[in-house]
Ligand binder design. Sequence first.
Ligand SMILES: C[S@@+](CC[C@H](N)C(=O)[O-])C[C@H]1O[C@@H](n2cnc3c(N)ncnc32)[C@H](O)[C@@H]1O
Length: 285
Amino acid sequence: MSGVPNRAEAALAGRTAGSADRRPHTAVLEPGRDAVLEPGRARPAGRPWIDDPYARALRAGRGPLFLRRLTTPDRPDDAVGEGDLLPLDVERWCAAPDAADARVLDRCTGPVLDVGCGPGRLVAALAARGVRALGVDVSPAAVARTRRGGGAALRRSVFDRLPGEGRWGTVLLMDGNVGIGGDPVALLARLRAVAAPGSRLLAEAAPHDVDEHLTVRVEDAHGRHGRPFPWARLGAAALCRAAGAAGWTVAGRWTARDRTFLELGRPLPGQRTAPPTAGGRRERP
Ligand SMILES: C[S@@+](CC[C@H](N)C(=O)[O-])C[C@H]1O[C@@H](n2cnc3c(N)ncnc32)[C@H](O)[C@@H]1O
């Protein structure tokens, strides 16, 4: 990310935040560490989503593409070639929003921050509805595709400083993105700081009852792969627990097209947070 914001970013930053948001990035928050690092300090090696084959798949608009679960999370380099494959739904991400996405979009009140927006189908759909929305993603291919589709997007890690911190009306964490950084409580705590008091976070849970912290890499059908990185997969119950630990309340849960979603609320100052349950208010599928 260059220090010069593009037009879309500048416009959105101007509308959602004050000039303080345009300060250079002098601090970063790393997942799993509630600490501010000094500029220039070494970051963890590897920028996995930036590598091929993810970029190649996004440019083509299709997979097959997978996360390979590495069998030895502590020593990922020893695990090359082992582990099973978790399919990534590149075609759906590159298509127009489906009915399940539409239910998410209906709940969005602007401004909306789509964390790990990928090729940007939700950001573009929100823009088409006249809702202010910004996607953030570390992948240049994802940001380029989002912009081509008519959405505003910023190439940046969610753990770096973002425009409009503390002012976003809705934060989106779709398509398994609660796995970003491999430490869901740290990610959800980070997003609590990004979201406005009284705002909501719409998060997609894994369809099964899992609570998995793993090391993975992106891999295509020919075995071409990027670097190993930490990831997490959380079903609804685990996501509720992580949300509670990060200071969110669970306001709702629903299923659409075999996908499970949670609505989390960022309490207003002084508002009591209810203990997390396995799903909050359940709604009709
Ligand atoms: C599972 S894919 C989700 C795709 C996306 N939601 C979509 O609609 O296509 C994860 C996305 O998160 C992005 N990502 C990974 N780490 C990130 C980070 N630290 N900050 C922002 N985005 C990140 C990846 O580049 C990738 O596009």
